[in-house]
Structure formats: C-alpha cells, structure tokens
Design a protein around this ligand. Structure first.
Ligand code: GLA
Length: 367
C-alpha cells in the first residue's frame, strides 16, 4: 500500500475543426473548437519517486528522469513527464498516483491524444510548479511529445485547441505566430460529427508524405512557408510547380483563404456561406491533398444530401475517422441521426453521431 493524499482532477477536451485542415504544419490558419468530450486526470502525491498510472488502456509505473519508448499510450504520459521535468528545471519532483479516464473515442479524429497530453500536463504542472501553467509552453511540449516521443509528425492544432478552447467559441489559430483569436459561434450553428468507423493503417506514413510534399513545394518556391505564399502572391505563385507539390500547395494556399472566409461567414452568421466553404474544403482535401478515402467521401456525400445539413467535410488527418457537418441547431440531432442511419444501412454497423458543444479548454476541476 502506498500512502496517497487527496487527488486533484484536471480535464482536457478533444477538438473539432470547422475548417483549415492540413495547413497547421505550413504555418497556416485553422479554426478548431474544444468539444464537450475529454480526458479526466486525477493526481495525488505519493511518497515514491515515480508516477503510478491507471488508465483505460492498462497500468504503468513511469519515471521522468529518462524516457524509453513503449510504442503505446505510456509514451504520451512518460514523454510528457520527461519534457515537463526537463523544462521546469532541476528541483524536487513529487511522485504521483494518477488515474486517467476519457470519453474521446480513440482514432476517430477528435484528438484523444491531445486531450490525454494536456490533461497529464496540467496535472503534473499543478504538482511540480508553483507558477500558473504556461499554456503556450504546454502546447509546444505536447507537440514535441507527439513528434519526437510518440513518432506522429502532427502539427500544433490539436494541442492548441485543447489548451485554449473557449465555450461557445471557435479559435482562429495562427500556427505561424502561435497565437489565436476567439471567434464567437452563432447560437443557431451546430456541428455534427459522424464517424465512418474506418481507420486506415497507412495514415501516419501518408501524413508524413504530405508534409514532405509541402516542404518540397516551399523550397521550390524559395519561400519561408506556404503561409507566406498565401499571404502574398497567392495561387498565382504556384504555376512554377508541378506534380504532388503543386497539388498540395494549391490545397494549403486555398484552404488558408477558405479559413479566413469562414471566419467572416461566422461573424455574419451566414451559415450557408460557411457550409459551402466546408464542401469546397472537402473537395480540395480529396483531390489536391489526397487525404480522404472512399468511406469519408461517401459519408460526406450522405451528409450533404441529408435535409438540414448546410455543408460537410472530412475532419482531421484523414484516411478514415470522422466527417463534420454543419446544421441549424434545431435540425442537428435529426440530421445527424438520419446521416448515421444511412451510413449504417450501407455498412451494417452503426457508428453513431455526436452533436458537439464548443467548450472550455484544459482546466483544473473545482476542488
Ligand atoms: C491531425 C494532426 C493535426 C493536423 C490535422 C490535419 O489531426 O494532429 O496537427 O495536421 O491532422 O489538419
């Protein structure tokens, strides 16, 4: 038996992304929101120099002075502990008894991993530092954990949204400046997530290839980033490119433009305009970025054909996962149920749907 003290609880949400897909790693603009599903982490000091962790995926005992890769969920927790201890500098670190629970479905494109990273990060910070948490630092560290310790070459969008989400708002995140503006969501707008139920195994390597294509395009253009092209000459600059780099860059530059337009549509409460932009985003992700798959294309088509849906697109990294659809609030639950049922009729399995509420970012739960 290990003596434990009272536990403190922390909660970090998953995220949806309205628009701005596959642009975060090009310094682009993204428009995510934290959602009402998340990861809850309870942590209490123990008298040992280690983290005793209980999670839905299993139990582990982890340290923070070194890191060795396990290839599973432990890398998120152990990686976060290692980078945070490094960043907070030398000093006495307490061991903790940690328990993790999450209602973000894994692999569905709702960023269950960012929720886990931020939940753990806040819990460790609370016990290891007297200073208020530096959220920008936590986003950077969580992204390092993904890239270096887990080996997923993702951008910063998911961690950023989980850290900075605000109820009733989307975040316009500038991934070059690493800052954001809150964008109020119109009362009548609702976002419905429809899970394809499909997870393709090539997702991580294909994601990395897309990043490299974008880097090739950037180098050939002699630019610092595709964001600079989007802010400068725009699509016209891309005529010197060909092949995959040309298509990827066309997606990135056009998607950054659509993200700006989407903010204007939200501010004007013009949901038809926003829906049209989401449909265009899907076409660009399918044809130029080539990160969709037949199942995502089919669910997107089902969604846009469902009465009450104003637009839809694949969401997240792609190659499976979820579709996000826009509807008027009063239509959202029925439209989601209709679309999910139509997809279930084709596949024989009902993967359900979820009407999301834009929520606050990672936080300590009231004591
Ligand atoms: C995944 C990554 C994000 C982002 C999206 C695509 O969710 O984790 O950083 O690149 O794909 O927009």
């Amino acid at each position: 038996m290990h003596p434990t003290r009272p536990a403190r609880q922390f909660r970090a949400p998953g995220r949806l992304n309205i628009i701005g897909e596959h642009v975060d790693y090009c310094g682009g603009l993204v428009l995510p929101a934290a959602i009402d599903r998340g990861c809850t982490v309870s942590a209490a000091c123990n008298d040992d120099q280690m983290l005793r962790v209980t999670s839905p995926f299993g139990k582990a005992e982890l340290g923070w002075r070194s890191f060795s890769r396990s290839g599973d969920w432990r890398d998120y927790v152990g990686g976060m502990a290692f980078v945070l201890a490094r960043e907070l500098g030398p000093g006495a670190r307490k061991g903790l008894d940690i328990s993790i629970a999450s209602d973000v479905p894994v692999g569905a494109g709702l960023s269950s991993s960012a929720a886990l990273e931020l939940g753990i990060a806040l819990a460790l910070w609370h016990h290891w530092s007297k200073a208020p948490p530096d959220r920008h630092l936590l986003v950077q560290l969580a992204n390092e954990v993904e890239n270096v310790f887990v080996g997923a070459p993702c951008g910063v969008m998911d961690q950023y949204a989980s850290a900075f989400g605000r109820a009733g708002h989307a975040l316009l995140v500038d991934c070059a400046a690493m800052d954001h503006t809150d964008v109020p969501l119109p009362q009548e707008a609702a976002f419905v997530i429809i899970d394809t139920g499909v997870r393709h195994t090539n997702a991580t390597s294909a994601y990395g290839e897309r990043r490299r294509d974008c880097e090739t395009a950037t180098a050939r253009l002699g630019a610092a980033s595709l964001r600079d092209i989007a802010d400068g000459q725009g699509l016209a600059a891309l005529s010197v490119l060909d092949g995959n780099p040309a298509r990827r860059a066309r997606h990135v530059v056009s998607e950054i433009g659509r993200t700006r337009a989407a903010v204007q549509a939200l501010l004007a409460a013009d949901l038809s305009a926003l829906g049209a932009l989401m449909n265009q985003s899907h076409a660009s992700l399918r044809d130029d970025m080539e990160v969709s798959c037949p199942e995502l294309d089919r669910v997107q088509a089902i969604a846009v054909a469902t009465p009450g849906v104003l637009g839809a697109r694949m969401m997240g990294g792609g190659f499976g996962g979820t579709v996000i659809a826009l509807a008027h609030r009063q239509d959202a639950a029925r439209a989601g149920a209709d679309a999910a049922r139509a997809w279930a009729r084709e596949t024989g399995t009902d993967h359900g749907f979820h009407v999301c509420t834009a929520s606050d970012g990672a936080r300590a739960c009231p004591a």
